[in-house]
Ligand binder design. Structure first.
Ligand SMILES: NC(=O)c1ccc[n+]([C@@H]2O[C@H](COP(=O)([O-])OP(=O)(O)OC[C@H]3O[C@@H](n4cnc5c(N)ncnc54)[C@H](O)[C@@H]3O)[C@@H](O)[C@H]2O)c1
Ligand SMILES: [Fe+2]
Length: 422
């Protein structure tokens, strides 16, 4: 049973969250309640879609003046973001809407920040450096993945930095999140897989994040580690994704699977938006920069190796994950191993790469990947594994050769051969 007396709970969330088929019809009224001049940041692929047209008609009916910006580019280079801030100024918006994948939502967050506090944005890289509220944001995701609709972070690329950079501040949490699974139906299988894999990583890394009792002094860190509230949400998200991720990738028209994924990625965003993520994310940062592969492909590929590495330090959490995934047994150690194997099988079934080499990483890249991963201190320190160079090196090397056996200590060495090679 969970030790509630010896634990703590923290969540920071939007003022309102709406989930469900049809929730999109509430977007205009939500926007109108926050402002009268909306800047709508929209994924270019969705600009001429029927639901987006309905949104514009609905806003017009409520007398909201609308400017649309659809110049969303993946990876969000900082100069593109700052140009978007300048483009937005003449319309003088008082509310920002993000409509699209994680890239569109993050661009909306960064425009809301730039309009409120000015550019250059590099003054805000890091945690708690946003000086005050940004323009009110309404976030409408069209992928089931990032959870950006509820998180306090936006990620962008700066050519002056080798790694992508994050701006993390509770002020970046959207005021309203509206999640309608109907909007995800168009996402192609490759996007469903990489975004969905990332959502599963968010849930599992939030659930296995290091538990650190806070000092209860404001400001608390943006990411506080595993806690009662985030763990409840993360575990439910894991259970749902265990049932629906494969199905959503296999058949994009499977509305039940799409709905479960949309709900689960929302829950995972709520969980990791407070608890934080850890090693798969830290290692994906340099891998993504080197190979220009989608964020979720890298985090999803790394997750089974990271789980294998933390198994000895966090067996009980992995055993709980196994139960949520329907592969638990009476033995905690066996269950924990089954959780790792099941996650590896899910990633393989949805077509994610199995190892770093197949993502284009060469052996000579490994030392730099280790070195750069370790610079993302907030992430490496959020794991239950001691964030040493040796530990990160072992994980990266095992992921390079594609063999989790490398990470199995002798005491656990009963892993099923065929499953670990999946
Ligand atoms: N802020 C956060 O909390 C957070 C968390 C994780 C990742 N991220 C960032 O989010 C980005 C990844 O987001 P993503 O995985 O949603 O991908 P994405 O936003 O880059 O979109 C991927 C592709 O899918 C298309 N697409 C989106 N929705 C679609 C739909 N319904 N139908 C058809 N096509 C659609 C987009 O146009 C794009 O071409 C990365 O930049 C990552 O760093 C942010
Ligand atoms: Fe992620």
């Amino acid at each position: 049973m969970t030790d509630i007396a010896g634990s703590f709970g923290i969540l920071r969330l939007p003022d309102s969250i709406a989930f469900g088929d049809g929730a999109r019809s509430g977007i205009p009224a939500t926007v109108a309640s926050l402002g009268q001049r909306a800047l709508v940041v929209c994924d270019p692929f969705l600009e001429s879609s029927a639901p987006f047209m309905e949104l514009l008609t609905g806003l017009d009916r409520l007398g909201v003046a609308v400017t649309v910006d659809s110049k969303v580019v993946p990876e969000l280079p900082v100069d593109v973001v700052e140009a978007a801030v300048e483009r937005a100024r003449p319309a003088n918006p008082d509310v920002i809407v993000g409509y699209g994948g994680g890239s569109a939502l993050d661009l909306a967050k960064l425009i809301a920040l730039g309009l409120a506090h000015g550019t250059p944005l590099n003054r805000f890289y890091g945690e708690h450096l946003v000086p005050g509220p940004v323009l009110p944001l309404v976030a409408v995701p069209t992928t089931s993945g990032t959870g950006s609709e509820v998180t306090p972070v936006a990620v962008l690329a700066d050519p002056e930095r080798e790694l992508k950079v994050g701006i993390s501040s509770p002020y970046l949490i959207p005021r309203a999140a509206i999640v309608d699974p109907r909007l995800m139906l168009g996402a192609p299988a490759s996007v469903t897989a990489s975004a969905g894999a990332d959502a599963l990583v968010h849930a599992i890394e939030a659930f296995t994040a290091h538990a650190r009792t806070p000092l209860w002094r404001e400001p608390l860190p943006v990411f506080v580690g595993r806690n009662l509230l985030s763990s409840t949400l993360a575990l439910e998200a894991i259970a749902l994704m265990g049932r629906s991720l494969r199905r959503a990738v296999k058949d994009g028209d499977d509305f039940e699977a799409r709905s479960q994924m949309a709900y689960a990625s929302l829950l995972a965003g709520m969980a990791f938006g407070t608890a934080g993520t850890h090693l798969s994310h830290a290692i994906q940062y340099p891998v993504g920069a080197l190979t220009h592969t989608p964020h979720g492909l890298g985090t999803g590929m790394m997750l089974p190796y990271v789980m294998q590495a933390i198994l000895p330090t966090d067996t009980d959490s992995l055993a709980e994950i196994a139960k949520a995934l329907g592969v638990g047994t009476d033995s905690a150690k066996e269950s924990a191993q089954s959780a790792v194997d099941e996650v590896a099988a899910i990633m393989a079934d949805i077509g994610l790469p199995h190892d770093l080499a197949s993502m284009g990483v060469t052996e000579s890249d490994l030392p730099r990947i280790v070195e750069l991963s370790l610079t993302v201190r907030r992430l490496v320190a959020n794991s239950t594994l001691e964030p040493t160079e040796e530990n990160v090196e072992r994980i990266v090397r095992a992921a390079f050769i594609g063999d989790r056996h490398e990470l199995i200590p002798r005491v656990v060495g009963t892993v099923n051969e065929s499953e670990t090679q999946a």
